[in-house]
Design a protein around this ligand. Structure first.
Ligand code: GLY
Ligand code: MN
Ligand code: MN
Length: 438
């Protein structure tokens, strides 16, 4: 599988350099690699690069800093961990300063450990420094350098302004390139096959974590770095906890199980949810409620095309869920009143979907100048309606209680409509029952 090419990483930096060059005053951008995080004594969490830093560099080491400054003779600068045979024997290979400039397409590389003072030279005379405001460690570092540069007789001119880079990054990342789409197809394909594997392995008495293990085995075996987010396997009432990740309960004959899981492949996330019967056969009540969610998902998918907005899909899903819940007697009253009051939100308690990419909840605003963003080719998003009726809701018939259903697919907007990247996972009742039987 082709990864993102060095030329594509360079083109992304060229876009950012052009944005900086278009500022009224000299401007630079500084981005930091994610830090390592301790998990327990002498043990770190698996390292994951910051998505924006990765998007611009393709570099997966911690303790690194990217500095872009278009008005410089050497506009692309990077600070990286220096080679260190002792550290590398213990913790893994490093690219090192000598190799970094060429390997990463930079004009100059420095040691993050020894040369950080160089920032003073690199940022001298820059009016506006763009960085990601969420990065409070970097904010501290930049303030420190800025303050010392502004000191009387320092000989340097420190930045007068700091500006948030996240809006620019989000706008870039929202549109996936051909190479990104190829990687996302693979992330989605691995995720889809893992769901099929878990569906087939499912039977009463298994534990939720055993289904999670089926998924994680498939992810790893097929070259994914692991799950893109905490895998959710919720049997019965546990499916009503939206971000349930304990995955510790036994799966009960006659109940449904909800699996929300996706692989991360070359940094890109898959994000699929399926809900199916633990024993392979939907009861009549489960099937009735499942059809409501499925109809809502299909109605939403039918609205995804360039020119429409997510609001079209939201309205279609809301109408389908409201009609379905009225037909089952879970909601009462007129369709118009229920739609007006959005009464379905009591049971469909989260948003319809979100952008998908390097982050599972990917960057990109949902509104532009106060209006819903218009869908365009190259955008990827999830569509994931759900109905959740936890135990103990006194005003809902007991037969519906302890059921949580969500159906989630990953959708690429294309020139003419959309492409469901996760369509391979059985979704209709007939498809699910047949797959689990086979
Ligand atoms: N797994 C998180 C989500 O579906 O948004
Ligand atoms: Mn999900
Ligand atoms: Mn999702």
């Amino acid at each position: 599988m082709e990864s993102i090419s060095p030329a594509e990483f360079a083109a992304r930096r060229a876009n950012l350099l052009a944005f900086l060059a278009a500022q009224p005053q000299p401007a630079a951008a500084v981005l930091a690699a994610n830090p390592e995080r301790q998990r327990s004594r002498d043990t770190d969490y698996p390292y994951r690069q910051h998505s924006d830093f990765y998007y611009l560099t393709g570099f997966n080491e911690p303790n690194a800093l990217l500095v872009l400054r278009p008005d410089s003779a050497a506009p692309q600068q990077i600070f990286v961990q220096p080679s260190d045979p002792h550290a590398e024997v213990w913790h893994g290979r490093r690219l090192g300063v000598d190799a970094a400039a060429e390997a990463l397409g930079m004009d100059q590389a420095y040691s993050y450990d020894d040369d950080l003072e160089q920032l003073t030279e690199l940022l001298d005379g820059v009016e506006t420094v763009f960085y990601l405001f969420d990065d409070t460690d970097l904010a501290d570092l930049l303030q420190q350098f800025g303050a010392s540069m502004r000191r009387p007789k320092s000989g340097y001119q420190g930045a007068a302004r700091y500006s948030d880079l996240s809006g620019f990054m989000a706008q870039q990342r929202l549109y996936k390139s051909a190479a990104e789409i190829a990687l996302m197809r693979q992330a989605c394909s691995i995720s889809a096959e893992a769901h099929k594997r878990a569906m087939k392995a499912c039977k009463p008495g298994l534990f939720e974590y055993q289904l999670a293990a089926e998924l994680h085995y498939h992810f790893a075996f097929h070259g994914a770095s692991g799950p893109a987010y905490g895998t959710i396997v919720g049997g019965g009432d546990n499916a009503c906890i939206l971000h349930y990740t304990e995955n510790s309960a036994a799966l009960v004959d006659g109940e449904l199980v909800l699996i929300d899981a996706g692989a991360e492949f070359h940094g890109y996330a898959g994000d699929i949810t399926r809900t199916f019967p633990v024993n392979g056969r939907f009861s009549a009540d489960q099937a009735a409620l499942y059809e409501v969610v499925l109809n809502a998902q299909l109605a939403a998918l039918a609205e995804l095309r360039p020119g429409n907005t997510l609001l079209h899909a939201q309205q279609a899903a809301a109408r389908a869920i409201t009609e379905g819940l009225l037909a089952l007697g879970i909601l009462t009253g007129s369709l118009e009143d229920n739609l007006e009051q959005a009464s379905h939100k009591r049971f469909f308690i989260h948003g319809l979907g979100h952008w998908l990419g390097l982050d599972v909840h990917d960057v990109g605003t949902y509104e532009v100048n106060g209006s819903k963003r218009v869908l365009e080719p190259g955008m990827v998003l999830t569509i994931e309606p759900g109905i959740y009726i936890p135990r103990g809701l006194s005003d809902v018939d007991a037969r519906w209680q302890g059921i949580g259903i969500r159906i989630e697919d990953d959708i690429l907007i294309t020139a003419n409509g959309c492409d469901n990247l996760t369509a391979a996972v059985p979704k209709t009742i007939a498809e699910i029952e047949q797959w689990m039987r086979s």
